[in-house]
Design a protein around this ligand. Structure first.
Ligand SMILES: NC(=O)c1ccc[n+]([C@@H]2O[C@H](COP(=O)([O-])OP(=O)(O)OC[C@H]3O[C@@H](n4cnc5c(N)ncnc54)[C@H](O)[C@@H]3O)[C@@H](O)[C@H]2O)c1
Ligand SMILES: O=c1ccn([C@@H]2O[C@H](COP(=O)(O)OP(=O)(O)O[C@H]3O[C@H](CO)[C@@H](O)[C@H](O)[C@H]3O)[C@@H](O)[C@H]2O)c(=O)[nH]1
Length: 469
């Protein structure tokens, strides 16, 4: 919405949320999320044609176009728990919109929603609006930005997708929304589709991106078993223009608020329409992701003589990717749980994640359907006191590493490649291990310093090979 305000000075944008704390932060110097370049965009428009408010009813009543961007998390209880999208926030928003509307409006699905949501929302809107002359035209306009690169992605999107009904009102609404984007996005990049195709494209785009990561991660295990190098394999694959080079970085696992949630949603939809085999296919993308996180933990434990009990391990990075402070579904949570279950003492450093957030994430209850298989069969969640006993947080990577037996790189923050590893090595217990869950460090240089190194999908260090159980 800030980008729309920046690019379309003639449009008045009101961002409304029920959460007072978040709105206060959007109105302050300290935005509620860390996103490179976003503060500059907000600052350029705030108070001009961009406002942040909790007065939802007033601004919704006044609006011509409403982008509904509320959360659509995985349902936690009841029918479809653990897979289906929870549309309670969406329904709540739709009921409120209907109750305050006295003029016709275009309702834009910006949240990621199951296919056919527009139909359900249309019914809620129509049945709850007292004025029969008010018309709601629903469009699907899924968001494809990635966190950490949001401003760049919004400024020059690969495409903007707009789904609408093939009726006179539907086509007019699509054109009205397209006109907003065309103020900065070339017209040929604004794709038009029917509502169901647009809704399904979003879920499928995320599923296919995640599938690429699980594919390369599965191959990383095979590389370790055969002496191949996953980065060389990914490079060879990526130079085939049909495959392309993006999203082929082997990692400790994908995280973030979208991939797992959206694939589970896709799986649920497939099951609901009786496509069990298709559901199983997509579910395997998540299963490989869990396997990869688990495999990483097993490598750490087996490499360190089959136990990390009482050993200090520095965790470098907690966010789900670099350039964000977001920790939703970060692989760091499962890796830390796996190491805590083996009685390790963790010291965590992340440049953007607060101490409170890390403790909250590690102590948060997990749902049965979201429990990774811990190598030692340990049960999560852990109690607050277990977490506090096993985990400390540091604001300095050198302090986090001092006295540690091992470093685990979980997030690919640029600064980790530039640390003074001679200094770190000198401060660590020996043998000093580095487990690089992102393959961002120069392993040859680290080995020449004296480290025992492990990179996902890289040829196994002879020292570690001899430790395998
Ligand atoms: N985070 C991303 O990068 C991203 C990218 C593409 C799509 N999406 C999709 O966008 C949606 C939102 O994601 P998010 O990460 O911003 O979620 P979020 O949980 O961070 O934010 C959702 C906000 O909606 C507010 N809200 C809920 N119900 C409301 C109501 N009735 N009226 C007003 N405000 C209400 C909540 O208070 C919250 O602040 C999801 O469907 C997600 O899948 C997210
Ligand atoms: O080669 C890769 C690329 C990514 N990742 C991991 O995959 C996760 C997701 O990364 P990314 O997709 O860059 O970030 P998100 O913000 O989760 O963005 C995804 O989810 C959004 C929400 O739906 C969509 O809008 C975006 O298009 C989609 O990329 C992160 O843990 C990354 O570290 C890898 O492990 N290897």
């Amino acid at each position: 919405m800030a980008m729309i305000a920046l690019k379309c000075p003639d449009i008045q944008v009101a961002v409304v949320d029920l959460n007072q704390q978040r709105i206060d932060a959007w109105n302050s110097e300290c935005l509620p999320i860390y996103e490179p370049g976003l503060y500059e965009v907000v600052k350029a428009c705030r108070g001009r044609n961009l406002i942040f408010s909790t007065d939802c009813r007033r601004h919704v009543a006044e609006a011509d176009i409403i982008f509904v961007s509320v959360n659509t998390p995985t349902k936690m209880t009841g029918v479809g728990a653990g897979k289906a999208a929870d549309l309670a926030y969406w329904e709540g928003a739709a009921r409120m919109i209907a109750s305050v509307s006295t003029t016709s409006k275009i309702i834009v699905e910006k949240s990621t929603v199951p296919v056919k949501t527009a139909e359900a929302i249309g019914k809620v809107l129509r049945r709850n609006c007292a004025d029969p002359d008010v018309h709601f035209e629903i469009l699907s306009n899924p968001e494809f930005l990635a966190e950490g690169t949001a401003v760049k992605d919004l400024e020059a999107p690969d495409r903007v997708l707009i789904g609408g009904r093939d009726t006179q009102e539907g086509r007019a609404a699509v054109e009205a929304l397209s006109a907003v984007y065309e103020q900065w996005v070339p017209r040929e990049r604004v794709l038009r589709a029917n509502l169901w195709s647009a809704e399904l494209s979003k879920l499928t785009a995320n599923a296919m991106l995640a599938q690429r990561i699980s594919s390369i991660n599965s191959i990383s295990a095979l590389c370790e078993a055969t002496g191949a190098d996953v980065q060389q394999v990914a490079h060879a694959l990526g130079t085939d223009s049909r495959i392309g080079s993006k999203f082929l970085n082997a990692s400790v696992g994908f995280g973030g608020s979208c991939f797992q949630k959206d694939i589970l949603n896709l799986v649920y939809i497939c099951e609901s329409v009786g496509l069990e085999r298709v559901a199983q296919y997509w579910h395997s993308v998540i299963q490989i992701n869990d396997y990869q996180k688990n495999r990483f933990v097993e490598r750490v434990i087996s490499g360190m003589f089959n136990t990390v009990s009482g050993k200090k391990i520095a965790i470098l990075g907690f966010a789900f990717k670099k350039d964000t402070g977001d920790t939703r579904e970060t692989p760091a949570i499962d890796v830390c749980h796996g190491l805590i279950a083996d009685d390790a003492c963790l010291c965590i450093y992340d440049p953007q994640v607060s101490k409170d957030q890390i403790y909250r994430d590690l102590a948060a209850p997990k749902f049965q359907w979201d429990l990774p298989m811990l190598p030692n069969g340990a049960q999560v969640p852990f109690t607050d006191s277990q977490i506090e006993k096993s985990v400390s947080i540091s604001s300095d990577p050198y302090q986090a590493s001092a006295g540690a037996h091992a470093l685990c790189v979980i997030t690919e923050w640029d600064e980790f490649a530039d640390l003074d590893y001679e200094r770190i090595y000198a401060s660590m217990s020996k043998p000093a291990f580095i487990f690089d869950g992102r393959n961002v460090l120069d392993h040859g240089r680290l080995q020449s310093i004296g480290f025992i190194t492990y990179g996902l999908g890289k040829p196994i260090d002879p020292f570690l090979r001899s430790q395998q159980c």
